[in-house]
Design a protein around this ligand. Structure first.
Ligand code: AMP
Ligand code: MG
Length: 396
């Protein structure tokens, strides 16, 4: 059985990354992955300008002409100002260009009317309140490497940098299928032995949140012929993700049929929840994941395997944040597998605390109401006492 790190490395090694790209306007590129290096087209700021509403002047004039200067002209946003007349100040507004000849901005709150002009403070010096051309970034500067998943922050920066369109990887097409004779959709009445299905929905939604083109393949019965037909038709997808049927029971046929039709890279990882997870490929193109049926195992294995696989497909790595925290309660267990405990993370007296939630069974979704992160236990870890240092992974 592979460790988590080994299984993730196996996935990274076998993913065949995206090859097709499309060019999108910024407004359509949110959540997509840059396919090329992105450079700034302009300096930011594009020109020296004022950070305040106030007055532009030359600080040496306060020595030459005294602290009271007449005000001539105005620099406002969107146009080029006249050159500053020596011995005068110019009215200026936030974001407006610093006129040639000026080196100093005095904010209007620090100025008083006197005679026909304004009295400026003797300590006014060049520097403060002046935004210098290129102090943020320069034209031609590398902003993003390929694989960057573009957030609203990134797109704001790219827009400022004058980038109008971005080549991104075409979205991966991902087929999502639930398997199990017991599964029905909410809205229908439950007959004896049936349960409401949840994994397909959570998988589809998480895929969409990762920028994939997720296709709902419905629910397939625990029937080898039906599973064979499904997998044979799945070769044109970039990924196929099933839930259920990946374990060792007589009706756990998914992994068997995968082994028959595709090529399995690994089956089972030393993690809890989520041990019975299989990864491999069908044909030349489709990567598959057979995720476990237990709903919490399905969520955790999605996070640990599918998410990194989608990033790898985009020549990228997922952002992973691991933090030290203090255990708020205790948890004991037999060492062996790396374990992800649903936890409530909170801060108390300036410290990050982690409460291990009651109800860790992999069928127990009720715990998710309070879950905002995981406590990670290493394979040889036997648990923790209140006050112990633990490693946590916050969920966003
Ligand atoms: P399996 O991996 O097929 O043996 O399923 C393990 C457990 O997860 C069983 O209790 C199933 O009823 C349950 N299960 C399987 N698939 C789903 C699903 N799509 N939604 C909710 N529960 C499921
Ligand atoms: Mg099943």
């Amino acid at each position: 059985m592979l460790s988590l790190a080994e299984a993730q490395a196996a996935i990274r090694a076998r993913i065949q990354p995206a090859t097709r790209t499309e060019v999108l306007a910024l407004a359509r590129a949110h959540g997509r992955y840059a396919a090329v290096v992105l450079h700034a087209c302009v300096d930011n700021p594009a020109f020296d300008n004022s950070a305040m509403d106030g007055y532009a002047l030359n600080s040496r004039d306060l020595i030459t002409y005294g602290l009271v200067l007449p005000v001539t002209g105005e620099s406002s946003c969107g146009s080029a100002p006249q050159t500053l007349t020596p011995g005068t100040a110019m009215r200026i507004f936030t974001g407006a260009p610093l006129p040639a000849g000026a080196d100093t901005i005095v904010m209007q709150e620090d100025v008083v009317h006197e005679g026909g002009g304004m009295r400026f403070p003797a300590e006014a010096t060049p520097g403060p309140h002046v935004r210098r051309r290129g102090e943020d970034f320069r034209a031609g500067e590398l902003l993003y490497e390929p694989g960057r998943r573009l957030s609203a922050y990134d797109l704001a920066l790219l827009s400022t940098a004058g980038v109008a369109q971005i080549p991104v990887a075409v979205r991966p097409r991902v087929l999502v299928v639930a398997t199990g004779d017991e599964l029905v959709a909410p809205g229908q009445e439950l007959k004896p032995g049936q349960i409401y299905e949840s994994n397909r929905l959570s998988t589809l939604l998480q895929l969409e949140a990762l920028g994939a083109d997720a296709v709902d393949g419905g629910t397939v019965r625990d029937d080898p012929a039906a599973l064979r037909a499904l997998l044979k038709s799945a070769g044109d997808y970039d990924f196929i993700i099933t839930s259920g049927g990946a374990s060792v029971g007589d009706h756990d046929l998914v992994k068997q049929v995968f082994a028959e039709i595709g090529e399995i890279s690994f089956w089972k990882a030393k993690i809890k929840p989520g041990k019975p997870v299989a990864f491999g490929r069908i044909g030349q193109r489709a990567h598959f994941f057979a995720l476990p049926g237990n709903p919490v195992s399905s969520l955790v294995t999605f996070k640990l395997f599918v998410e990194p696989a989608l990033y790898a497909w985009h020549h990228s790595k997922p952002p992973v944040l691991e933090l030290p925290a203090i255990a708020a309660n205790s948890f004991q267990r037999q060492p062996g597998r790396m374990e992800f405990l649903r936890a409530r993370l909170y801060s108390e007296h300036g410290e990050l605390k982690a409460e291990c939630l009651k109800g860790q069974g992999s069928h127990m979704l009720g715990t998710l109401r309070h879950t905002n992160g995981f406590i990670r236990l290493d394979e040889d870890d036997d648990g923790f006492a209140p006050g112990a240092r633990v490693t946590v992974l916050p969920l966003f």
